[in-house]
Design a protein around this ligand. Sequence first.
Ligand code: PLP
Length: 399
Amino acid sequence: MTDSNKHASSRDPQTRIVQPDDRITPGFESFAVPVVRGSTVVFPNLKAMRDMVWSDDSKWRYGLHGTPTTMTLAQRLAVIEGGDYALLQPSGLAAISNVYFGLVKLGYHVLIPDNVYGPNRDHADWLAADFGLEVTYYDPMIGAGIAALLRPNTKLVWLEAPGSVTMEVQDVPAIVAAVRGRGIVTAIDNTYSAGLAFKPFEHGVDISVQALTKYQSGGSDILMGATITRDEELHKKLKRARMRLGVGVSSDDASLVLRSLPSMKLRYEAHDRAALALAQWLKTRLEVAVVLHPAIADCPGHAFYERDFKGGAGGLFSIVFDRRYSAAQIDAFVEALELFSIGWSWGGSHSLAMPYTIRSMRTASAWPHDGVLVRFYIGLEEDADLRADIEAAMSEAFA
Ligand SMILES: *Cc1c(COP(=O)(O)O)cnc(C)c1O
């Protein structure tokens, strides 16, 4: 408790291990952000403990609410998106959940795009079924037409541009303009762009949600999420909810994301180049009916992508196979791929492929295509090998 520790050397070694009298030379400066672990945060005296305010980030309070490592990561994430406040959660889904529990109450109405990240839909359906939330799904291409869906109790509008399976790019500014001035919070799941290519706050969105599990981690080895905002009151609401939910992140995990962050833009650009080239090649293939890549004109909202995205689309896109191929043939194609693995969560160095039946995922908008959709995530393998792998899998499955 005191600096002098004058009785230290007369104590038992066991006590001195628990309460050490370390003499480490200060001033070790490296580029690594130190991993600072801790549940207990020690107060210098009782007054400091009693004066502590749980919401005051200028003072350390308890490990769950932030450590120097996690706070460093939060600040850097805010920098990427041009936000002022960021909060970390233990997964992208936990960040989505934090938005709900921070902002909605019994009887509130929430609007959600029909192509939303699946577990967000499941979360909303759970809150609707068991907690009295009113939920309406809307056509992701609705634009200013969203005004017609607003109710007096509408308090939260989710956006996602593009949707991470069907890739519709929303007219974010039109939606934001249509709901502005009514006490409605807009929250975007901005995972697709990693906060690099699309800047939600420049388009008036209130909260950006990131699954750091994806590009920010880059290693397919971390689960983490973040909420970012420019609005201090919203940040405080989210922070209070997070505290009550009892969720935080470990400094070890945060340090791994901090390590990946400087290379994220270069990785994103590399994924983008390779994915776009593959998507353009797939568009020339007779097996493929539609290529859903935001930078390709087939993609709904392509014009909004051209207008609003600066910095590419990253590694994720989908194709719809010609309808002459059965679902079983598409399954055989995906399983015949050798370099593309079957699995959730993208953003790492390994390529992935996943078939989807979209019609069963929609409730508010028609899906115009008959063929099976396959979503590709293009990792960091050599492009020519990936293309040859797709070609070989098509020959094998469609022979
Ligand atoms: C992966 C993902 C999430 C959730 O992230 P987890 O960390 O896996 O919970 C949320 N939104 C989108 C668009 C995602 O791709």
